[in-house]
Design a protein around this ligand. Structure first.
Ligand SMILES: Nc1nc2c(c(=O)[nH]1)N[C@H]1C(S)=C(S)[C@@H](COP(=O)(O)OP(=O)(O)OC[C@H]3O[C@@H](n4cnc5c(=O)[nH]c(N)nc54)[C@H](O)[C@@H]3O)O[C@H]1N2
Ligand SMILES: Nc1nc2c(c(=O)[nH]1)N[C@H]1C(S)=C(S)[C@@H](COP(=O)(O)OP(=O)(O)OC[C@H]3O[C@@H](n4cnc5c(=O)[nH]c(N)nc54)[C@H](O)[C@@H]3O)O[C@H]1N2
Ligand code: SF4
Ligand SMILES: [Mo]
Length: 741
């Protein structure tokens, strides 16, 4: 437990999502904070005025400081004993043990028997250092991160269409003047509440279009103002988007001048959508013909933005669906125009920067390809190693986890280092992941909470929280922000930069391993120079100066960027990032399994979609520890249409079992007339019997490696009360209970 620590005021940003709302941290008065009572925090949070959040915070942001002093926090290294309990250990002992096991695995099975799993919540500095550590100190190709579950499909689509992947290639505040905004598979009213302010003008103009099988809080915003809520069958968005392109072409809505001058591939695209006439689209998606036409015509009126979210990206055809959304935006001449565009809403705090600096299996810093000889030479030069010592591309997250615990001889992973993911809750097919983790020679989890993954670890290493560290984060619009420390971490907590440096030393790694985030950032910007995500004009000092002057810093921000400049707020205004400056219209087609989404299936089989609730974050590792968030949403509730429930004999509030060939989940039911009758929804924030990823398959998009979190076949049946009902609050075991003195 932390003791009262001297805190100072700091201007920083929220620890959670990619909106990165601006907040100010101020020392709590000693009356509020005695260091003992769990609800009190050493610092008080208040929102700051900033163009992205405009003085707003959601309830996760407001309560974020409570975790700083919770007793459930890990504050000392923990080592698992043969009897399964954890004992507090010294840093020397813990790091020596880790280094010895890493060496043993490498000696027996080669460097690829050691793997690293990172996170999109890490600062740019940590993400960069983690990628370097994997390639240089461990010599392994096997590094990937939870952003694979999050941004990979939209990133792949952006890269092939535009030659670059920046979530929003424009300012968030550009949306303020929009006439029309179409959100496809995105629910920002729950996932980024202050962002909703930027939807207001489109909403008031009757131009908010929400595509979601559920009537979400975001979809409800369309009611007032005359917007449109489109409710396709889950997984049929690709067909819907091909249909909208078909209508655009058939009705002469295409911006021919733009298409001729700024894109490649129109003829092939036209052929690829020719068979998707509106009636056929209606039969597959369930979206009436007139509604399709209304949407297409509205988008073609100008001032329109098309935005995708996880609802359409987390599918086996997620890259193609995001591509179809981009194609539509290109046909209508929106992308790069002064008042329209395409974007995706990045999810995690540093979901954008986290994918630019080298934690992705196939990338080096600066968004460089690890297979590109020039990129390898450049980065190896910065690292002071020979290019041919750098490994090649590794495995995307789901495949990496599938290799866990297999014998090292067969290319299996024997040791895993986890930095910033509760992968035992958030990965697809978690029953299989659990088996793989249990078979490892070494599992190390760096975290500040004792989450479900940590409970299986051999060593848990305590790291600082956001309010205790310096660094940079890149938000959903490519704006580089400063994270600033308001207080020191508890005495035995060590930064990840320090941990990686200490391990590198024990492994006799070449190169240098600085632990000061400002110094690591200076190295990162050199590594990024000349790459797609070029940060070379930035330093912590320059960023502070920019922010003091009220100026943003958007990448690309190359060396020599003028003092008065904000870098590149808007991309694509005159060219795309491909060598010829043109965007690619990439024809995509519907695969068989998608086309028959409306086909017959047994009566008790439904399509399960998964996603988020307002008050919980991701695997719930953090938010399930905050009493007011847990009280507001203590358990996973299955959202189901009353007609479907009646057919299956389910009561509102009753307990049900969801099952398929991978596993089973138990939870209670909540009726909702706003969800499609063939669809049920469950959040993924809960663990144990409520862990929805027990049901989700590890099938991935062949281009991006994105798992299909949003379309799972399940059977649902009522559970009749047998004895006491067990309400799982999903609360995480506290380390204190597992530690022997
Ligand atoms: N409260 C909260 N906020 C968060 C997070 C959190 O965990 N909690 N996480 C952050 C992160 S990392 C991310 S990635 C973002 C995600 O933000 P969103 O993309 O907004 O979140 P999701 O709830 O995963 O999915 C959005 C919607 O997709 C719909 N959907 C499901 N299947 C389909 C489909 O087949 N077609 C269509 N059209 N829609 C479908 C769901 O009903 C859901 O309403 O949120 C960020 N913000
Ligand atoms: N069924 C289903 N599953 C999903 C999704 C879905 O929609 N449906 N969404 C997917 C998406 S989009 C995402 S992003 C993933 C996210 O899922 P996870 O990867 O599990 O993300 P978190 O729950 O945020 O876990 C992050 C962990 O890192 C810790 N942490 C935070 N900051 C740091 C740090 O700086 N250093 C270290 N070492 N640790 C830190 C936190 O305490 C927490 O324990 O889930 C995916 N899984
Ligand atoms: S919207 Fe995102 S960044 Fe803003 S307060 Fe909520 S969780 Fe934090
Ligand atoms: Mo995400």
């Amino acid at each position: 437990m932390t003791s009262p620590v001297a805190a100072r005021a700091a201007d920083t940003h929220c620890p959670y999502c990619a909106l990165q709302c601006a907040m100010r941290l101020e020392p709590s008065s000693t009356d509020d904070f005695d260091g003992l009572s769990p609800a009190a925090s050493p610092v008080a949070v208040s929102p700051r005025e900033f163009p992205t959040n405009r003085g707003g915070l959601c309830r996760k942001g407001w309560t974020s400081a409570e975790l700083l002093s919770r007793p459930s926090r890990v504050t000392r290294p923990l080592v698992r004993q043969p009897d399964g309990t954890f004992t507090e250990a010294s840093w020397e002992e813990s790091l020596d043990l880790i280094a010895a096991r890493l060496r043993a695995a490498r000696a027996a099975f080669g460097p690829d028997s050691v793997a690293v799993f990172g996170g999109g919540g890490l600062t740019n500095e940590k993400a960069y250092q983690l990628g370097k550590f994997a390639r240089v100190a461990l010599g392994t190709s096997r590094i990937d991160y939870n952003g694979r579950y999050c941004m990979s499909s939209a990133a792949a689509a952006g890269n092939r269409a535009f030659g670059v992947d920046r979530g929003l290639p424009f300012r968030v505040s550009d949306l303020d003047d929009a006439r029309t905004i179409m959100l496809i598979g995105s629910n920002p009213a729950d996932t980024m509440p202050p962002f909703v302010r930027h939807l207001e003008s489109a909403r008031a103009a009757g131009g908010l279009i929400v595509v979601d099988p559920r009537e979400t809080s975001t979809a409800k915003l369309t009611h007032a103002g005359g917007g449109i809520h489109v409710q396709p069958a889950p997984g049929t968005d690709l067909v819907l988007l091909l249909g909208l392109a078909h209508i655009a072409i058939a009705e002469g809505l295409v911006d021919r001048h733009y298409v001729d001058n700024r894109t490649e591939g129109f003829a092939a695209l036209r052929r690829s959508v020719s068979q998707w006439w509106p009636e056929r689209v209606a039969s597959v998606t369930g979206v009436p013909v007139e509604l399709q036409r209304r949407v297409a015509r509205r988008l073609a009126e100008g001032g329109a933005y098309v935005i995708t979210g996880r609802g359409v990206e987390q599918h086996v055809d997620g890259t193609d669906t995001a591509t179809a959304a981009i194609n539509l935006a290109l046909l209508l001449g929106l992308v790069g125009s002064a008042d329209g565009g395409y974007g995706t809403l990045t999810g995690q705090g540093n979901g954008q920067g986290g994918r630019e600096h080298g934690q992705k299996a196939d990338q080096l810093p600066g968004y460089r390809k690890i297979t590109d000889p020039r990129a390898r030479r450049h980065v190896a030069g910065v690292w002071g190693v020979a290019p041919d010592t750098l490994p090649g591309p590794g495995l995307p997250a789901a495949e990496l986890l599938a290799a866990l615990g297999r014998p090292g001889e067969s290319g299996g992973v024997r040791c895993l280092l986890v930095h910033g993911s509760n992968l035992l809750v958030s990965s697809p097919d978690v029953n299989a992941v659990r088996a793989g983790l249990a078979d490892l020679d070494l599992l190390v989890v760096c975290d500040f909470v004792f989450n479900e993954t940590a409970a299986l670890a051999d060593v848990v290493l305590p790291v600082p929280q956001w309010a205790e560290e310096e660094g940079t984060m890149t938000n959903l619009e490519g704006r580089v922000l400063r994270r600033r420390a308001a207080l020191a971490p508890p005495p035995e907590v060590r930064s990840e930069l320090w941990i990686l440096a200490e391990l590198a030393r024990r492994l006799d790694a070449p190169s240098t391993w600085p632990t000061d985030p400002a110094v690591v950032f200076d190295e990162l910007v050199r590594a990024s120079a000349g790459g797609i995500a070029d940060y070379s004009g930035l330093s912590h000092e320059r960023l502070d100066a920019q922010l003091d002057a009220g100026r943003a810093a958007y990448w690309p921000f190359p060396a020599g960027t003028a003092d008065a400049s904000e870098g590149t707020p808007r991309l694509f205004t005159d060219r795309f990032a491909h060598a010829d400056g043109r965007a690619r219209l990439v024809p995509v087609r519907v695969r068989g399994e998608v086309a028959d989404a409306a086909a017959y299936r047994p009566d008790d089989e439904l399509t399960l979609i998964t996603g988020r609730l307002l008050g919980h974050y991701q695997s719930g590792a953090q938010t399930r520890l905050i009493p007011e968030l847990l009280e507001a949403a203590p358990e996973a509730l299955l959202e189901i249409h009353p007609a479907t429930a009646a057919r299956l004999g389910l009561d509102d509030g009753g307990r049900v079992e969801l099952a398929n060939e991978r596993g089973r989940v138990e939870c209670r039911v909540a009726f909702s007339a706003g969800i499609r009758p063939d669809t049920v929804f469950l959040p993924f924030h809960f663990a144990g019997d409520e862990s929805v990823n027990r049901l989700v398959a590890a099938s991935v998009d062949p281009i991006s490696g994105m798992p299909e979190f949003k379309r799972t076949r399940v059977r649902v049946r009522a559970l009749r009360a047998v004895g006491e009902r067990t309400v799982s609050t999903g609360s995480i075991r506290r380390p204190a209970q597992a530690v022997s003195a």
